[in-house]
Design a protein around this ligand. Structure first.
Ligand SMILES: *Cc1c(COP(=O)(O)O)cnc(C)c1O
Length: 395
């Protein structure tokens, strides 16, 4: 069995599982309780906050707010910037066409409230151009939100440059860094980031954990009312075992970034080279400015869903677009944003490999995908028309 869907979720690390189990068993006090039992849990919570802060280059643990995951962090960041902007009469937001739905759907909600949203193009290579961010900023812009790494095509955005532009213009800059944190080097200071979202289960931590980095001076707006937890900015008893496990997973991931990169990148490139040999196929997103583990291809004349199911039969777990869009008939908004037409976008495959991948796995993936694509084309009416010259090849 080859698990090649790490962008959907990752397996928890042993260290994360161990600390989670031990805390569930022994440190179950409520961190808000004053007796020793509670204070032990509180210590674990605050130590985790320090570890998370330093993993992303923040020197102030008070800048870390624990959430239930990336989606909540994205929602809270956007609502905060919107409310702060609104108070100053600024109701324009800049984002991109290929954000995660946690961003896009929140932006839709804000549009209904009267905010104006500019969605930037991401071009054929899946990369935002900083000069276009610069040109889009207006007097009434209250927020720029651009994801660090796209979850489908893995492209890395020029976050540092965009952050510098926002700093200069005095506009809050948020990044959904869910696919970046723990996978590439992320530093909120060097990268000029005001707010950053991350999710535990994307870097070998538990599901239902995440955090929002908020630069000192930005007053967060609550999404959840009720108690004084998280400095009054998020009510609810903290998920101490989950948070501690996330912190351990993040610390380990950041400590082994170089090793991860040097192991996974060559295997990624081996798979890309192999799949490129399939006729009428094309990689999605920039060839080199992508995270170590991401491979995303379109194959003309087939359906991504059938490809997935047949790969599953061969023991390969992959994805066709993001986990959130599978089950819907619309092709991925990300692939449409980079200019793939509907028919081609439907035949997409995302492989997101992890550090346990081997060269033998890579060769098995290449052979299996090649075989399945050929098999599916064998009875595809679209392929027959393409071969008969009744339709034009696009790829
Ligand atoms: C997974 C993901 C999210 C959502 O994170 P959850 O913790 O699952 O809520 C948000 N943004 C991106 C880019 C993601 O990949």
């Amino acid at each position: 069995m080859i698990y090649a869907d790490n962008a959907a979720t990752t397996k928890m690390s042993d260290a994360a599982i161990n600390i989670m189990v031990s805390l569930i068993e022994d440190t179950y006090g409520n961190p808000s309780s004053l007796y020793t039992f509670g204070q032990k849990a509180k210590e674990v919570l605050e130590k985790s906050r320090e570890d998370v802060a330093s993993a992303i280059g923040s020197s102030d643990p008070r800048e870390i707010l624990f959430t239930s995951g990336g989606s909540e962090a994205d929602n809270q960041a956007l609502i905060t910037a919107a409310r702060l902007g609104e108070a100053k009469g600024k109701k324009h937001i800049i984002s991109t066409r290929f954000e995660h739905h946690a961003i896009l759907h929140t932006l839709n909600k804000l549009e209904k409230e009267g905010f104006e949203v500019t969605l930037l193009e991401v071009h054929e290579n899946g990369i935002v151009r900083p000069e276009e961010v610069m040109d889009a900023i207006r007097e009434d812009t209250c927020l720029v939100t651009v994801m660090y790494v796209n979850n489908e095509i893995g492209t890395i955005q020029p976050i540092r440059e965009i952050g510098a532009i926002c700093r200069e213009k005095g506009v809050i800059f948020h990044t959904d860094a869910v696919q970046a944190v723990g996978h590439i080097n992320v530093n909120v200071i060097d990268d000029n980031i005001d707010m950053l979202s991350a999710s535990g289960h994307k870097f070998h931590g538990p599901k239902g954990t995440g955090f929002l980095y908020v630069k000192k001076g930005i007053r967060l707006v609550n999404l959840i009312e009720g108690g004084a937890q998280e400095r009054g900015k998020r009510a609810g008893t903290e998920n101490v075992p989950g948070i501690a496990a996330m912190a351990v997973a993040l610390k380990d991931a950041v400590a082994s970034l170089d090793e991860y990169n040097s192991k996974v990148t060559p295997i990624r490139d081996r798979i890309i080279d192999g799949l490129n040999k399939i006729p009428h196929s094309a990689i999605n997103g920039d060839l080199t400015r992508r995270v170590p583990g991401n491979i995303n291809f379109c194959f003309e004349g087939i359906e991504g869903e059938s490809l997935l199911l047949l790969l599953d039969d061969k023991g390969i777990a992959a994805s066709s677009g993001s986990a959130c869009t599978s089950g819907s008939l619309d092709p991925s908004h990300v692939l449409l944003a980079i200019g793939r037409v509907h028919d081609v976008a439907h035949g997409s495959l995302r492989l997101s490999i992890g550090e346990d991948i081997t060269e033998a796995d890579a060769d098995y993936i290449i052979a299996s995908v090649s075989e399945v694509v050929e098999y599916l084309r064998g009875f595809s009416p679209v392929w027959r028309d393409l071969m008969a010259g009744k339709r034009q090849f696009i790829l």
